[in-house]
Design a protein around this ligand. Structure first.
Ligand SMILES: [Zn+2]
Length: 284
């Protein structure tokens, strides 16, 4: 049986200053904390776009509404280079912290409108700030016309999003903290216990995880792993440092050296999954 290419996703959560202001509103008064976030927009995104252009790779960027308002030109530039832009909340408030449904809904609506204004199309993908859902989140995503999500961690396979026994027609592209740069390098004196990890350790994690997911996919004769994927999550303020960008390039080149690999946006993975899925079952 000839296999389809193994799907690889590069995703970038462009949190900017909201990473700090959502943790503690008092951080809005701390210019140095804010500057760590601004680095992602000022230095990180341009380096990432350059790397993606060099290898002609598509990617998915998730941008909070507040960052769309503060850096509209950066968001326009990302979209102008053909990358997908997804909804990442407005203020980066973790959804489970909203006390009222309307507050969560309004953040999502406001951000989708901003992204549509800047990119020309409404976002269809959603990544939650900090990978948390409230019990209301799924219904709000459906209301908004979001049809793919990248938040869950219980499997390595693309699947239909199911929460609290409720099956949806939203396509879920799973993630993991191991394939997230923030787990290794997000650092601040405010984050007690956080320590930066060696570049070589992260390189080994990211390469080995790819190798093994790819090997399982290629060796799978029964089709049990046909929806397996590799989704890397990075943050421009974290990965955007020159040393880490060099590591990202090394990992990208490593992945590209394997046959039958396809770099895809989240929307492309969604379409691939739908095509592979039994259409009748999907429509049910
Ligand atoms: Zn984020």
């Amino acid at each position: 049986m000839k296999k389809k290419s193994f799907p690889v996703g590069l995703s970038f959560d462009v949190d900017g200053e909201t990473l700090w202001t959502a943790r503690d509103p008092e951080n809005a008064k701390r210019p140095v904390q804010l500057s760590m976030g601004a680095y992602g927009l000022i230095e990180g995104v341009p380096r990432i776009l350059k790397l993606l252009a060099k290898y002609e790779l598509p990617a998915s960027f998730f941008v909070p509404g507040m960052i769309c308002e503060r850096y509209p030109d950066v968001v326009r530039r990302i979209a102008g280079m053909g990358h997908e832009i997804g909804n990442h909340g407005y203020s980066h408030t973790h959804p489970h912290k909203f006390s009222a449904e309307d507050a969560e809904r309004n953040e999502l609506i406001r951000t989708s409108a901003l992204i549509e204004k800047l990119s020309g199309k409404p976002p269809k993908g959603y990544r939650s700030p900090a990978w948390e859902f409230s019990p209301r989140t799924v219904n709000l995503l459906r209301e908004l016309g979001i049809d793919w999500s990248s938040n869950m961690m219980h499997t390595d396979q693309i699947h239909r999003l199911e929460v609290f026994g409720q099956k949806t027609d939203i396509v879920e592209i799973p993630v993991s903290w191991m394939l997230d740069d923030a787990a290794y390098w997000l650092y601040s004196l405010l984050l007690v216990g956080k320590a930066m990890q060696p570049l070589a350790a992260v390189e080994e994690y990211w390469k080995t995880e790819f190798e093994e997911l790819y090997r399982e996919y290629m060796e799978d004769e029964a089709g049990e792993r046909k929806n397996q994927c590799y989704m890397l999550t990075c943050h421009p303020q974290v990965i955007g440092r020159p040393a880490r960008m060099k590591l990202l390039e090394t990992v990208v080149c490593f992945i590209r050296s394997f046959p039958n690999v396809e770099f895809m946006t989240g929307a492309q993975m969604r379409d691939r999954y739908r095509k592979l899925a039994n259409e009748a079952e999907f429509q049910a």
